[in-house]
Ligand binder design. Sequence first.
Ligand SMILES: Cc1cc2nc3c(=O)[nH]c(=O)nc-3n(C[C@H](O)[C@H](O)[C@H](O)COP(=O)(O)OP(=O)(O)OC[C@H]3O[C@@H](n4cnc5c(N)ncnc54)[C@H](O)[C@@H]3O)c2cc1C
Length: 546
Amino acid sequence: MNPSTRATIWDLSARRFDLLVVGGGATGAGIAREAALRGLTVALVERGDFGSGTSSRSSRLIHGGLRYLEHRRFGLVRESLAERGVLLRIAPHIVRPLGFLFPVYRGDRVSRWKTELGLTLYDLFAHRGNVRRHRPLGKRGVLEHEPLLKESGLSGGALYWDAQCDDARLSLANVRAAAAHGAVVANHTCVTAFEQENGRITGAILEDQLTGAQGTAHARVVVNATGPWVDVVRRLEDPGAPPSLAPTRGSHVMVPRSRIGHHHAITFMSPIDGRIMFVLPWGDRSYIGTTDTESTDSPDHVIATEADMLYLLRSANAIFPAARLGLDDVSYSWSGLRPLVTDPAAPPSARTREHLISVGPRGLVTIAGGKRTTYRRMAIDAIRRVAEILGLPAADPDPMKTRSAAEPLPGGEAYKVEALFSRGVARGLPESVVAHLVGQYGSEAPGLYDIAGEWPHLKEAVHPHHGAIGAEVVHSVRTEYARRLDDVMLRRLSIAHETPDAGLAAVDPVARLMGKELGWDETRRREESDRYRDLAQAIPRRRSLS
Ligand SMILES: Cc1cc2nc3c(=O)[nH]c(=O)nc-3n(C[C@H](O)[C@H](O)[C@H](O)COP(=O)(O)OP(=O)(O)OC[C@H]3O[C@@H](n4cnc5c(N)ncnc54)[C@H](O)[C@@H]3O)c2cc1C
C-alpha cells in the first residue's frame, strides 16, 4: 500500500495484523513506528485527525522538565533529556533548540542558588546530548538579555537550553514513518467496540467517520493508546474497569509577541502561586502556559476558561509589567487534558508524568500517562510487552540502540540548508517562501517546490498574514492524510494559531485546493468551510472574528 494513502475500512479489514494500535497521538504514532521498525504488521486507527487530541494541545516543549527535578523524578528528567537529544537529531525540522531565560526574584518559591543547582544537574543529566551548558546571570546580565523584565526584586537568573517542537507535526511524522515501514494507517476512523473470541480480544469494530463505512480489523494484539480517552476505551473491554487516570487541564493563550517584547523563551515562577510557567516565542506570536488544574472535563470538550486565561495573562504581566496584556490581546487559546496516571494523593503539579502499561482481562494492552518528550520510550516499553504476548524475542534492552533512535523522521534526513535553499530559488520561488518551506519540511522541501511548479497559484500564500502557500495544502492532502479543513488549518499548517483571525481568511482558498484534490462537490466544500468557521468561533478568544 502507498504509505501516503489513508487506509479505508476495506484495507483494514482485508488482513490480520500482528498489532492494532488505537489512537493516533504521540503515543500511538510512536508505538506504530516502533512496531513497524521491528517488522510487525501494524494497523493504526485514529478517531479524529492524527495528533488532534492532547498531542496538538501541549506546551510544545521537548524538555527534561526542570520542575520534575523539584519532585526528585531524576530518572524521568534524565530519560527526557536523552530523548530530547534523539529528537533534535532525527527531526531537526520539527524539534529545534531554544534558549530560555530564567529570571529569579527575591521571595520566589525556588531561590537563585536552588535554580543554579537544578540547572547544573540538568546539564549533567543531558551529558553528551546537551544543547548547550547553562550560564548563570546576575541581575544586570538578565536585564541585558531581556530589558523589559520587571527590575524590582530581581536577584539574577540563568540562560539555559531546551527544545521546542510543532507537536502536531511530530505525531504526524511518526505516523508517516510507521507507514513508510509498512503500517496501514487511517485517521478519522473510530474504534466503536472490540471483537472477541473465547474471551480474548481479536480485533476491533471500526467506523469511518467520513463515509460511515464499518468493518472489523483483526489483530493478534490490540493496544489502547488513546491518552485521556484510555478509560473510555478500556470500558469497551470491561464495562466495570475502574478509572486509571487523574487528568489535569492545561491551558495556553496566544498573544502578539510585540506586546511582550521578549527575545528568549522565558521560564518563571508565577507570582500568583509560585508555579513554573513559560512565555514562549512562536513566530511573531507568543504563547503563555500553562495551567495545571484538577479536571473532570470530558476530553471531547476541553477549553481554556476565562479564569485560566486571566491567570496566564496576569502571571505574564507581573514579570513584564509594560505588556499590560488583557483578554482582548488573546488571538487564540487552547487547552488539553494531561492523561496522568492515578495518583490522587499528589497535588496536580506533583502528579507523576511516568507511564503505566496494563493488560486487561481480555488482553487489551493499555498505555497511560507519560509525556510527549518520552513518547519513544513509552513506545519501546509497549512493544516489549506486545513482543512478550506474541512470544517474540526481546529487543535490545538499550533504548538508544533501537532503530527508532537513529532513523530520521520524514524530512529529517541529512540536508544542507543552503543547498535546499538554492534549489528552491532556482525554481523561481521567492526567497521568503523557500525559507519557509525549508524550515517546515526539511529534506522534503524539494517535493513542495515540485508541487508549487504545477500551477502558478500554488506558489501564492493562502492567508494574507501567514507564510503557508497553496502547494502546502496540496502536499497535506497527497502526503499527510489531511481530509478535513481543520486538519490543514490547525495541524498541518498551523494557520489557525498563527493569524489574528484564527485563519478565517484562508477558509475559501484552502477549501478550494482541498476540494480539487479530494473531489469535493460544492455542497461538501461549503459544509467543510462552515464547520471550520463554527470551530473557529468556538475558540475562546477576545478579538472579534470579522
Ligand atoms: C496543556 C498540556 C501541556 C503539555 N505540555 C507538554 C510539553 O511541553 N512537553 C511534553 O513532553 N509533554 C507535554 N504534555 C503532555 C503530552 O502532550 C501528552 O502526554 C501527550 O500528547 C499524550 O499523547 P497521547 O497520544 O497519549 O494522547 P492524545 O494525543 O490525546 O492521543 C490519543 C488519541 O486517541 C484518539 N482516540 C480516542 N478514542 C478513540 C477511539 N475510540 N478510536 C480511535 N481513536 C481514538 C483521540 O482522538 C486522540 O487523538 C502536555 C500536556 C498538556 C495537556
